[in-house]
Ligand binder design. Structure first.
Ligand code: HEC
Length: 151
């Protein structure tokens, strides 16, 4: 017990003075190592891109490219995605908002991506996964916490 406590302290000290923990920080975002809590980064690495884990690009369904109708009335194509999300009423679950700036818990997008019990329809991306990793979810929540800016 005592030895474990001491080892914990030593590891923490090592983290502070070495590059070892930087590696752990980039591990957090897993299959999208350059993901940051900005809208442009989320657009690029999450909405537009099927990542290394095999998690599908959202725009495969949520886009009007090629004259399609975006599923769920949600267009996540670059240039229009922000105006489809922040402060916009959810179609599938009346009374909720897709992204509430500053409040990830109230943002329906988060409930859909985590597959919470209160959602209408299914967890996103639609299918049997892979879904977003906990690290990717943290970054998206952080973007919302920071005010969900169009940055
Ligand atoms: C294979 C197709 C497909 C993919 C890929 C997909 N979606 Fe969806 N999405 C749907 C369909 C169909 C609906 C409507 C039915 C439902 O809500 O389950 C929907 C609904 C939603 C809604 C609710 C919209 C509303 O107003 O009711 C959100 C939010 C959402 N998707 C986010 C995402 C995100 C973010 C991604 C990427 C991580 C994603 N989806 C990937 C098919 C898809």
């Amino acid at each position: 017990m005592r030895i474990q406590v001491m080892m914990g302290g030593a590891l923490l000290a090592l983290c502070v003075v070495s590059a070892g923990c930087d590696e752990q920080l980039s591990d957090l975002t897993g299959p999208t190592p350059s993901l940051e809590p900005t809208f442009s980064s989320i657009q690029r690495d999450i909405f537009n891109t099927t990542d290394a884990s095999g998690r599908t690009a959202c725009t495969q369904c949520h886009s009007d490219a090629g004259g399609r109708t975006p599923t769920g009335g949600l267009n996540l194509r670059e240039g229009v995605a922000y105006a489809n999300l922040v402060g916009v009423a959810t179609r599938g679950k009346p009374g909720t908002i897709r992204v509430v700036a500053g409040d990830p818990e109230s943002s329906y997008l988060i409930h859909k991506l985590e597959g919470r019990a209160d959602i209408a329809g299914v967890r996103m991306p639609r299918g049997n996964g892979p879904f977003l990793t906990p690290g990717q979810m943290l970054v998206i929540k952080r973007w919302i916490e920071l005010g969900a800016r169009n940055n």
